[in-house]
Write a protein that binds this ligand. Sequence first.
Ligand SMILES: [Fe+2]
Ligand SMILES: [Fe+2]
Length: 125
Amino acid sequence: MSYIEFDAKYRTFTIMDQQHRQFIDILNRFFDDWIKDRKLDPHPYLMEVADYGQYHFDSEEKYMEENKITHLEEHKKVHKELMVSLANLIRRIESGEEITMETFQFLQGWLMNHVVGMDKRDYGL
Ligand SMILES: [Fe+2]
Ligand SMILES: [Fe+2]
């Protein structure tokens, strides 16, 4: 079983679900590799998380603009804040902070709490 399963509470609609699932896949791969080797170099995984996170936020904002979804400016601001909090975590890890279960809990909540709270609200789900 994977570390994170795509739960029904995460469901939005097809295109965004695919991207949210893709993010979960990246975290699960990071987690599985870390379980096998606690001394792995986290850098490529963290870069993948950050790159995919940014790609997802950009594509979600584009979708929201095209579909005239409400709260766009507030949503964009929150995406920016999320990228800052992720950058802070990455900086701490690259300065030597150890990866623990809490790191994975943070990364899971980082995107998925936002999906359950704000994405669903702004898509009217
Ligand atoms: Fe999203
Ligand atoms: Fe979002």
